[in-house]
Design a protein around this ligand. Structure first.
Ligand SMILES: [Ca+2]
Ligand SMILES: [Ca+2]
Length: 239
C-alpha cells in the first residue's frame, strides 16, 4: 500500500513540476513581485453595450486556482455575458455581481486575462458605476493563499452622452463611417432592417431616410464631394 501511494505521489509531483517548468518558459516570474488583479474601465452611450476585462499579473507566483467577483450598480449597467479561457464564468450570480472561477494545472504566470464581461448600459448620460473587484480566492499551485499580498484595483463604467457621440452618417452606430452605413440605410429604406442611429443616418437632414442618404454616405466613403444643406451637420462630424 505504502509503495503504491508513494509512486502515485511521485508521478503527481513529477507531473506538476513538469507542468510548472513548461509554464515558466514563456514568461519568467518576477521575484518578490505581488500578484495583481484589476478591471478595465469603459464608457458607452445609454442603450449601448460595453465589454470590460478582469486582468492581472501573477507576480512571482504561479496561480493554480482563483475565484473573482465583479460587483456593479445594475441601475447603470447590467452584465449580460462573459467569456473565460480558464474555467467558468457567470454574468449574474445575483442582481449586481458577476463571477469567474478557474484553475490551472501548470500555473498561470505573467499577464493573465481572467475574464471578459459584456454589459448592457442602462443608466442615463453621466451616470457612473464603480466596478468593484472582489478577489474571493487566489492560490498558487501548492494551494498557498495569495490573497493577503494581492493588489486589487477597481474600475468603472461611465454612461456617455449619445448625442455628442453620434457621428453624422454613422447609421449603424459603430463609431465609424463605412460602406456598411450606406447599406444599413438602404436596408432600412427597403424595410429589411433598421439603421440603429436613425438621426445620424438622415445625412441630408430632410427628416426621413431615403436612397439619397445612402448614396451621400457612399460618396463620402469614396472620397467624392458631398453637398450638405444649410444647417445640416456634414457627414463625419459629431451632430
Ligand atoms: Ca458605421
Ligand atoms: Ca434624408
Amino acid at each position: 500500500m505504502i509503495r503504491t501511494r508513494s509512486s502515485i505521489g511521485g508521478i503527481l509531483a513529477f507531473a506538476l513540476v513538469g507542468a510548472a517548468l513548461a509554464g515558466s518558459g514563456a514568461q519568467d516570474a518576477v521575484a518578490g513581485a505581488d500578484p495583481q488583479v484589476s478591471v478595465t474601465s469603459a464608457e458607452a452611450p445609454a442603450g449601448g453595450e460595453v465589454t470590460v476585462s478582469i486582468e492581472g499579473d501573477s507576480g512571482d507566483a504561479a496561480i493554480g486556482a482563483f475565484t473573482i467577483d465583479l460587483v456593479y450598480d445594475p441601475s447603470v449597467a447590467v452584465a449580460r455575458e462573459c467569456t473565460t479561457s480558464h474555467g467558468l464564468c457567470e454574468p449574474a450570480i445575483n442582481a449586481s455581481t458577476a463571477r469567474v472561477a478557474g484553475i490551472s494545472l501548470g500555473g498561470l504566470m505573467g499577464h493573465i486575462e481572467f475574464v471578459d464581461i459584456t454589459f448592457d448600459v442602462v443608466g442615463t448620460a453621466g451616470a457612473v458605476t464603480v466596478l468593484d473587484v472582489q478577489v474571493i480566492e487566489l492560490a498558487d499551485l501548492d494551494s498557498k493563499d495569495l490573497l493577503p499580498r494581492t493588489e486589487v484595483t477597481d474600475g468603472e463604467i461611465r454612461v456617455s452622452s449619445s448625442a455628442a457621440a453620434a457621428l453624422k452618417g454613422d447609421a449603424d452606430c459603430d463609431g465609424q463611417i463605412s460602406s456598411l452605413d450606406a447599406l444599413a440605410i438602404l436596408r432600412d429604406v427597403a424595410g429589411s432592417g433598421e439603421a440603429g442611429c436613425g438621426q445620424a443616418a438622415d445625412v441630408d437632414c430632410d427628416g426621413e431616410l431615403s436612397p439619397v442618404d445612402s448614396l451621400r454616405v457612399l460618396r463620402y466613403v469614396a472620397s467624392l464631394p458631398v453637398n450638405t444643406p444649410d444647417g445640416c451637420t456634414p457627414i463625419g462630424e459629431s451632430s
